[in-house]
Design a protein around this ligand. Structure first.
Ligand code: SF4
Ligand code: MG
Length: 324
């Protein structure tokens, strides 16, 4: 396993009390594999990723347990300067908002070149040549000419390609992309996703793709981990999930996105809202919104049941859900 997150716990101290933003999350990703982490906003998917990257910056956020084993070492045990070396060089992150992640007063060519002068000790001239190569690689047309332009001169989709180029610059073993296409329109979304998937294949990297949109992961992910209220509620190969979800929450997510294979089906949003993390409902956290809920769900927290060798579901009634 390239990355293995084990029983990770992150808490936030808020005015309302302690929020368990990540409550015992375990997942793994191999080299050359794409794991999609799915869930509504506030489910803990971004916080988990930030803990993995070591950029959990919000002061009240605290890792209270677990391990993040990357290439054989637990990153949570490294000192900050060692951690910084891993970040960027061995794992990199792509964010939703390229415009605020890029430096507005530096041309994109210079920003990319800086990766090579700072981290690889290249000459400015060589670094600049590498920058243009990278822009080419993420298929920015007329890369040589456009290298002199500033972030605001690029469209949203092109800016996201520049972010991908930045992330790829040092050839990391793992890329974490947090809602990388959410701000883009649908056609551009598909193109950027495809590019990511292709580069991941070519370079043999591991990719963690964080999204609230099940619609975008079908073609690019190998596995899916679905998060709810800080926990993983279903973990499975992507095709299993599309065929038949083993958790009512996953079913709800599936029913709320358009699917080419199920034309004419009515789209339904999941009723209600995710819980306030300082007051997670007892038993199964999803019970107030779950169409299958019954008494035991209100008192007994479901473990991640083994549905198959490669699949888990945190629902007492996963069999029923599968047969549904
Ligand atoms: Fe629904 Fe109960 Fe399953 Fe939770 S354990 S998802 S409430 S059926
Ligand atoms: Mg987020």
């Amino acid at each position: 396993m390239l990355l293995e997150v084990r029983d990770l716990r992150v808490e936030f101290h808020t005015r309302d009390g302690v929020a368990k933003a990540v409550d015992g999350v375990s997942y793994g990703v191999d080299a050359g594999e794409t794991l999609a982490v799915l869930g509504e906003s506030g489910s803990g998917k971004s916080v988990t990723a930030q803990a993995v990257m070591g950029i959990l910056d919000v002061p009240p956020g605290r890792i209270t347990g677990g391990e993040v084993v990357f290439r054989g070492r637990d990153l949570l045990k490294l000192k900050e300067d060692e951690r910084r070396k891993v970040r960027g060089a061995e794992m990199a992150m792509i964010f939703q908002d390229a415009l605020s992640s890029l430096n507005p007063v530096l041309s994109v060519g210079d920003q990319l070149a800086e990766m090579f002068t700072v981290h690889r000790g290249m000459s400015r001239r060589d670094a600049r040549a590498r920058a243009v190569e990278l822009m080419d690689r993420v298929r920015i047309p007329a890369a040589r000419e456009r290298a002199g332009q500033y972030p605001h001169q690029f469209s949203g989709g092109m800016r996201q390609r520049i972010m991908i180029a930045m992330a790829l610059a040092l050839e990391p073993a793992l890329i974490i992309a947090d809602e990388p296409t959410t701000a883009l329109d649908v056609t551009v979304q598909a193109q950027v996703m495809e590019l990511l998937a292709e580069l991941r294949r070519e370079l043999g990297m591991g990719l963690i793709l964080i999204t609230h949109d099940l619609g975008v992961v079908a073609d690019v992910a190998d596995r899916i981990a679905v998060m709810y209220a800080g926990r993983i509620v279903e973990s499975a190969p992507v095709h299993d999930v599309y065929k038949a979800p083993a958790h009512p929450y996953t079913r709800g997510l599936l029913d709320s996105v358009p699917r080419l294979d199920l034309k004419g089906r009515e789209l339904r949003a999941i009723k209600g809202l995710p819980p306030n993390l300082t007051r997670v409902p007892p038993g199964c956290a999803f019970h107030p919104r779950c169409p299958l809920a019954r008494d035991v769900c209100r008192t007994d927290e479901p473990p991640l049941y083994e549905v198959s060798a490669t699949r888990g579901s945190a629902c007492h009634f996963w069999r029923e859900c599968l047969d549904d």
